[in-house]
Structure formats: structure tokens, C-alpha cells
Design a protein. Structure first.
Length: 142
């Protein structure tokens, strides 16, 4: 009963973490493995925002009931650490609202998971950090 979600990672991780870098690649792996209903994709905007096929691949993965998760954060420019310097929604260059709209239009009804790896923010009082996350989320979706 456990779902397995393939999460494409940004090409900067292709050397040592993952050779699956696009939603197309994740969809093709699902096809090759037989389109099992417990096999799908975790879409993380931090890793896939740059993909020129993103809109069509989000739509395809949703049509095939493969879109299992949707993670949001932002890509800060400049960034000081490619893993642990992610930004709050609205702090960077990712068109999060546009991608979120594509996900909604494709029929995704799951949760948006805020996934912000940040050494700087992990060291601050966590109630303050949570309030910042809530405010950024509200600004994005209201």
C-alpha cells in the first residue's frame, strides 16, 4: 500500500545523486515499469522549474494519475549553497504560482508540501520560521 514517487532532481545533481532530471524522464520510467498505480512522480519546483516541457509533462503525469506530490520553495539568486539555501516562496526566480496553476489545472488535489532546506533558517527560532513560511504561502496563494 505504499506509493513510490520518482522525484526528478535538478541537473546539478546528475553527477552523484540522480540521473532523472526531468518530468519526461520520470514519466518514461513509469511507462517502462508498466504504469503501476502505486508508481508515480513527486514534482519539486526547486528541481524542475527550468524544464521547457514542464507544463505538458505535469499535465501528462496528472492525466495518468502519476502526480503524487507537489513541493514548493524558491531558487534564490544568488544562492550560497545549492542544497541548503532554498528560499521562501517569492524570494527567488521560480514562477511558483504559474507552475502551481498548471498542477491545479491538471487536476492535482493533493497537498502542497513546503520543502525549504536552509541552514540559515533552521538555526532561527522555529516559531518565527513557521510564521515566515505561512506568510509567504499566503502571499503566493491569495
Amino acid at each position: 500500500g505504499v506509493k513510490l514517487g520518482i522525484e526528478p532532481l535538478h541537473p546539478m545533481y546528475a553527477d552523484d545523486r540522480s540521473a532523472v532530471n526531468t518530468m519526461r524522464q520520470a514519466n518514461e520510467i513509469c511507462d517502462q515499469l508498466g504504469s503501476h498505480p502505486m508508481l508515480g512522480i513527486a514534482a519539486d519546483v526547486y528541481h524542475i522549474w527550468w524544464d521547457p516541457e514542464l507544463e505538458s509533462q505535469v499535465r501528462l503525469s496528472a492525466e495518468l494519475h502519476r502526480l503524487f506530490a507537489f513541493h514548493i520553495c524558491d531558487w534564490k539568486t544568488p544562492t550560497t549553497d545549492l542544497l541548503n539555501d532554498r528560499g521562501l516562496m517569492g524570494e527567488g526566480c521560480i514562477p511558483i504560482r504559474q507552475i502551481s496553476d498548471w498542477v491545479d489545472q491538471a487536476g492535482f488535489t493533493g497537498c502542497r508540501e513546503v520543502e525549504i532546506f536552509s541552514n540559515q533558517r533552521w538555526s532561527m527560532p522555529q516559531e518565527e520560521w513557521l510564521n515566515q513560511i505561512c506568510n509567504a504561502y499566503d502571499s503566493l496563494y491569495t
